[in-house]
Design a protein around this ligand. Structure first.
Ligand SMILES: Cc1cc2nc3c(=O)[nH]c(=O)nc-3n(C[C@H](O)[C@H](O)[C@H](O)COP(=O)(O)O)c2cc1C
Length: 187
């Protein structure tokens, strides 16, 4: 693997924090990395076939990938089995349904011919519902900083890392939570 293309969405910078560090790790592995904001995707002409892998990064929103990320994936050109990895951030890794927030995204990517081999959930400070204390923020960032090199290593090695999301609450809760998308055009 020589060249990686990453697209990311980050509402308040936590996912960007992960993407920046992940890119630096890939570069340490002598890979070249191009990163694009999903909201600016239409401004760049990117030929994905020139890359060896595609990365998608996003924050978990109501147990799902944000709609902007799903819509972006729907606009991707058809691929022939491109190696694809996902990194999604959340405010609590302990909630089992967060692990399934990529289910729909993976389905859409597969439909367009992208082969998701690695899907990582990484806990970051919360930007909703509750405010972490300063000590919690520091600890969460320390844990993330420790994990990112391992995530990069497993992506570079094309290691399969896919959660078992067969447990029914993991499937049903993200599906039900998509009700919030109905309000997205209003906000
Ligand atoms: C509208 C909204 C919904 C969220 N839903 C969840 C959720 O379902 N589960 C979770 O663990 N965190 C949730 N979060 C927290 C974010 O996923 C988390 O803080 C993330 O790291 C923020 O990344 P960002 O700064 O790149 O947007 C939500 C945040 C927002 C703003």
């Amino acid at each position: 693997m020589k060249k990686i293309c990453m697209y990311f969405f980050s509402g308040t910078g936590m996912t960007k924090y992960v993407v920046d560090r992940l890119s630096a790790e890939f570069e340490r592995h002598h890979l070249s990395v191009d990163c694009f904001k999903i909201e600016d995707a239409s401004m760049h002409h990117v030929t994905l076939s020139e890359y060896d892998a595609l990365g998608i990064a996003y924050p978990t929103h109501a147990l799902n990938a944000p709609k902007i990320v799903i819509n972006f994936v729907k606009s991707l050109p058809q691929s022939n089995d491109m190696n694809t990895f996902i990194v999604h951030t959340c405010s609590s890794e302990n909630h089992r349904a967060n692990h399934a927030s990529s289910n729909l995204l993976i389905k859409k990517l597969s439909k367009r011919g992208y082969r998701v081999f690695n899907n990582q959930l990484i806990e970051m400070p919360s930007n909703f519902a509750h405010k972490d204390s300063e000590a919690e923020v520091i600890n969460t960032l320390k844990r993330a900083d420790k994990r990112i090199p391992h995530i990069a290593k497993s992506v570079v090695a094309l290691k399969s890392h896919l959660a078992n999301n067969s447990f029914s609450s993991k499937k049903v809760l993200p599906f039900l939570a998509r009700i919030q998308w109905l309000g997205a055009p209003i906000t």
